[in-house]
Design a protein. Structure first.
Length: 447
């Protein structure tokens, strides 16, 4: 029995050994990290690997440039690169605005990524630790014991009642003075904020970041967005800071996508191999989305284990596709898909028709929050689907799925899931064929 997680994972990739491709983005990361004043902004579609890239930014910020060397970019690494201590926070849909984000940050006790772990405190024990296997690259600090009075940092950083923003400023100043400079002899503090796009009201975040960014405090933000307008509401405030740090993550080109499988085989140390035809099918279906490659790769290994084989052939991959089509391979995602279409065959077919539109065309009008029906009325009529204008809003109604977002060509369906077909590259469950059972009509749902 071979553990699929050895080679494939649906989690964020933290180890630079597992990270594949993105050479130009790595180059830009090196530039942004070694600029004394800049804001790093990682953005792109869902499932393209933004959070994994942000974790690699964190790794390089500590001084571990293994990723850059593996990418053949060692000549771009400065002789004395800027080194940081880091804070990493992942936002969630419960955050209403920037002030609430600040409140979360000043109360975050995560022992390896939180802000409070770095704020000096009597009796607190901090140890250095490496975030990857390459311990020679750099280290960060984590808490192994909080102070005798719990989380009490008032001696070193003043907490201002009813003013979380000023408290946050005080905490950052204290961390820079006591930990960044005095203890670790680093150049600056790097605050990384992931999934910023889920914050309901992002106004003011840009101006706050601008006011806090100095030679000793740098910010990095990450989220789903077509452009920086989607990610930072008041992005004009930080335009100069973004000159060296805007990193758009696009779907992978095919050679990089195939390299994900090659890297997995290397990590399996030859215990699992993929036939060339299977590699090609996975790369074609994934359309440049590493999340999909990881998802399909893991399921291939599961099926290979069941068959007691170490070779992933077309026969093995065919079983994977069958399992996804009938909903047994990814039951949680299948349940979300079934919830979206309900008992309506019309909604199911309409969903497929809409997903067949070219990926570069908008599916909905953001201003009115409804789907723009393009070139599907004729097909819908041929398939005897009535009341198209009533069915489409139901597909994106928050009571059945969720409201649409301005995320380019993605359907916003089922809460945290996205729905698309093969021509709309996205992740997930391969659905039942609707119009042609001989065609691989693939519907993806992904977190």
């Amino acid at each position: 029995m071979i553990d699929p997680e050895i080679g494939f994972t649906s989690d964020v990739i933290r180890d630079p050994i597992r990270f594949v491709g993105r050479r130009e983005l790595i180059r830009d990361c090196i530039t942004a990290l070694n600029s004394s004043l800049s804001l790093i902004a990682v953005y792109g579609k869902r499932g393209v690997g933004k959070s994994s890239l942000l974790r690699q930014v964190q790794q390089m910020a500590l001084g571990d440039y293994t990723l850059a060397r593996n990418a053949g970019l060692q000549h771009l690494i400065p002789s004395r690169p800027r080194r940081y201590l880091t804070i990493y926070y992942t936002c969630d849909g419960f955050l209403r605005d920037g002030v609430e984000l600040i409140r979360r940050l000043i109360n975050d006790q995560d022992p390896e990524d939180g802000l409070l772990r770095l704020v000096p405190d009597d009796g607190k024990e901090l140890v250095e630790f490496a975030r990857s296997k390459e311990v020679s690259g750099g280290s960060d600090l984590k808490v192994v014991k909080w102070g005798a009075k719990g989380v009490d940092s008032t001696r070193y950083a003043r907490v201002v009642p009813a003013d979380d923003v000023q408290t946050f400023r005080n905490f950052l100043s204290s961390v820079v003075a006591h930990q960044v400079r005095a203890r670790m002899k680093r150049d600056a503090l790097l605050v990384l904020l992931d999934e910023v796009d889920v914050i309901n009201d992002k106004s003011g975040i840009g101006s706050l970041i601008k006011s806090l960014s100095t030679e000793t405090v740098k910010f990095g933000i990450c989220g789903i967005a077509n452009d920086l307008n989607d990610l930072v509401a008041d992005h004009a405030s930080v335009e100069r800071l973004l000159e060296a740090g805007a990193l758009k993550v696009n779907p992978m080109p095919e050679p990089e996508a195939e390299a994900v499988i090659t890297t997995a085989e290397h990590l399996f140390r030859g215990q699992v191999t993929f036939d060339a035809t299977v590699r090609s099918r996975i790369v074609t279906l994934a359309e440049g989305y590493p999340y999909l490659i990881q998802l399909l790769g893991k399921e291939c290994v599961h099926v290979a284990n069941e068959r007691e084989t170490t070779r992933v052939t077309l026969d093995v991959f065919g079983q994977v596709l069958d399992g996804i089509r009938n909903g047994t391979a990814f039951p949680t995602l299948e349940a979300q898909y079934q919830r979206a279409i309900g008992e309506s065959e019309g909604r199911q077919i309409l969903l497929h028709l809409l997903a067949e539109q070219p990926a570069d065309r908008a599916l909905f009008n953001d201003e009115v929050g409804r789907v723009v029906l393009k070139k599907i009325r004729g097909d819908a009529k041929d398939l005897n689907i009535d009341h198209v204008d009533q069915l489409v809003p139901r597909l994106i109604d928050k009571n059945f799925a969720s409201s649409p977002e301005s995320v380019g060509d993605f359907w916003s369906l089922m809460g945290d899931f996205r729905c698309k077909t093969r021509c709309f590259p996205a992740a997930t469950v391969l659905s039942k064929s609707v119009r042609d059972s001989e065609r691989d009509r693939i519907l993806y749902l992904w977190p």
